[in-house]
Design a protein around this ligand. Sequence first.
Ligand code: DX5
Ligand code: ZN
Length: 216
Amino acid sequence: MSHIYISPSILSADFGRLAEEIRDIESAGCDWVHLDIMDAHFVPNLTMGPPVIKWIRKSTQLPLDAHLMIENPIRWVEDYRSAGADMITFHVEAADDVQATINKIRNLKAKVGLSLRPNTPVKLLEPFLSEVDLILVMTVEPGFGGQSFMPEMVNKVKFLRSKFKGHISVDGGITAQTAAICVDAGADVLVAGTAIFGQKDRKLAVHSLLGAKRSV
Ligand code: DX5
Ligand code: ZN
């Protein structure tokens, strides 16, 4: 059984105690830290930028998984890389030149991820599957935590798994039930905000997300 990665979305963390929250998920056995970067243009919400990432970088050894929900990502990837992001995922809909953006992230020696909104056909990613390390399948409309999982997205995961050897991440509405469906379909990275930070006991939250899939 391949390793299932847990990447908690800190969007649902207590930002007043962020370093403590990150230490807590680290000791609960989480693998990465998922950073939702929003610009109030690509999505109707605004979150954090490079200065915040820089402080997060100092508070953990875990790989930082940056999910850029921003227009014109090529303009910003260098700043996120210098702030400490290890993996940089951008949206296929947001980039004028997807290939150039992939190349830029690769040249910065970060892992490259590509994401798509629920209404974007998965076919759009096909030309880039051999170029990226991770595909992030949005299982809710990007912009906010705490939304309900869209079951139709499972077909995208299945299709991608049949063609793509890298990480397949699912993001939005991930709970113990939806995590199991996504893992069965071929996802190996579970991004979860509410399901982890909404629980007092994060170890228990991770255990229930993984079910029988992996022991922490
Ligand atoms: C939504 C973000 C997600 C979100 C996940 O735009 O990309 O990472 O915060 O939150 P939950 O797990 O609460 O759906
Ligand atoms: Zn995300």
